[in-house]
Design a protein around this ligand. Structure first.
Ligand code: PGA
Length: 261
């Protein structure tokens, strides 16, 4: 039985003080909520925050002793060395990250990241001991052209093709349709379920059914307290990657509540 995993992607938001305050209010809110606390204690629920690089260490301190996990939003594929401006996976591990988000659509589309780069980063991150949240998703034009499944299959093959099945043990997939990210237009529960079921089937093609059945596949794209319950109750939706609603504990906590409901 797969549990649920809800992660907050803070993107390029907060400052030092507000990031710390957000982390603290999340930890306090979780402590005060019996259902969320029980879910986290039993392993049926995982949660994480992914702050910007400069605040990772401070947030690591703020969540210490809680069940909230720490993730970064990107890393570089090389070991430490002459790569000005980049951050190595081992550095993230060193300051307390257990997770890193890779292949987010903003990196694919705004920074031009390719599947080959994402794959190299994924391999480097796992080699450094990080678990990877790998984001996949089609644009609106691709969906309208009925290319959703072929795009997802290409992104899966591009990031994971040829890698050993053990890769899946330290991997979470996030299905994030680009047209739903930050737009207020979420995928319908049926659209999310259809895409998630396809992703699981495609993972089974690469890695076998048993490994695919264990995979946590998060939904991301305008996930909120209002739509979380219905989306997260779909059989192949195993949690969420939350952007906007992760920046306010009052909006994020109800999503955690929906995940354990
Ligand atoms: P959103 O972002 O929840 O603000 O739509 C989700 C994401 O990009 O991870």
């Amino acid at each position: 039985m797969r549990g649920k995993f809800v992660a907050g992607n803070w993107k390029m938001n907060t400052d030092h003080a507000s990031g710390l305050a957000l982390a603290k209010s999340l930890v306090d809110g979780i402590r005060a909520d019996a259902a969320i606390s029980a879910g986290l204690a039993s392993g049926k629920l995982r949660t994480a925050v992914c702050p910007p690089f400069p605040y990772l260490a401070a947030v690591a301190g703020a969540i210490q002793g809680s069940k909230v996990e720490l993730g970064a939003q990107n890393c570089y594929m090389e070991k430490p060395g002459a790569f000005t401006g980049e951050v190595a996976a081992s550095m993230l591990k060193d300051i307390g990250c257990g997770l890193v988000v890779l292949g987010h659509s903003e990196r694919r589309h705004k920074m031009g990241e390719t599947d080959a780069q994402i794959k190299a980063k994924l391999v480097a991150a796992q080699a450094a001991g990080l678990e990877v949240i790998l984001c996949l998703g089609e644009t609106l034009a691709e969906r309208q052209a009925e290319k959703t499944f072929s795009v997802l299959a290409e992104q899966i093959a591009g990031a994971l093709g040829g890698l050993p099945v053990e890769t899946l043990a330290k991997l979470v997939i996030a299905y994030e349709p680009v047209w739903a990210i930050g737009t207020g237009v979420n995928a319908s529960p049926a659209q999310a379920q259809e895409a998630h079921a396809f992703i699981r089937k495609d993972l089974a093609k690469h890695f076998g059914q048993a490994a695919a059945d264990k995979m946590i596949i998060q939904y991301g794209g305008s996930l909120t307290a209002d739509n979380a319950r219905e989306i997260l109750s779909q059989p192949d939706v195993d949690g969420g990657l939350v952007g906007g609603a992760s920046l306010d504990a009052k909006k994020f906590l109800p999503i955690l509540q929906a995940a354990v409901a």
